[in-house]
Ligand binder design. Sequence first.
Ligand SMILES: [Zn+2]
Ligand SMILES: [Zn+2]
Length: 232
Amino acid sequence: MDGKERSRDSVLPDVQWPATCYHSFIVARVKLEEAYPKIAFRWRSRNWWARLTRVPPECEHLEHGVEWMATYAPDTLYLRGKASLRRRPARPEVSLCRACLLSELETELSGYRGRVVAFEPDGAVFTQYFFVGVEEFIAAGLLPDVAAAISRRLDQPAGDCDVCDAPASWLWLSREQVESLDEVPRIAMARGEPLCARHGAQKFCATLTNVSEANLFYMNSPYGESGAYLWI
Ligand SMILES: [Zn+2]
Ligand SMILES: [Zn+2]
């Protein structure tokens, strides 16, 4: 342990950290470079002050424009504001431009072997776009009939990918077919677009590419056996 590391740790007990901050400070042990080897981060967003105030490290592109940025916390699920980790050790929370975010997400999503129901977000108003595992639907605040309708779609045979005929694991629900989570009958009945993991990932990234400006406060990556990508 070097001198800097020691002095930071010795400061911790004297500071009134909110419980979740203190928690993630202690457990977020994957180093930035190991978690995101392809991304270059701004030095200024990585100094001691940024760490102390818990400003997430920013990719270097955000230095020249912030019309599109997202806070990416791949392994953290926020249930009604409380953080819980879906993988340990967790990768740190970071702020990314669209290109850096999509390069991370495309790899992550096409490698996910579980089932996904993904709702196309309204690009003009969404501020968060995140995955919730089927076990956490109610804890995340979904109404019981909405949770039941999505769960049923996840249990149905997925068929073949619309693009390549490989077995589908995604069901993409466009806003034309399901505009909001209030539309339970549509969630239950809409045909949707069955996609394999690779084409599901491409669809997801293409949708975000078409949003010209965004400031997303929270995105994560899929975990567990199945779940849904929701937006608010
Ligand atoms: Zn970037
Ligand atoms: Zn496919």
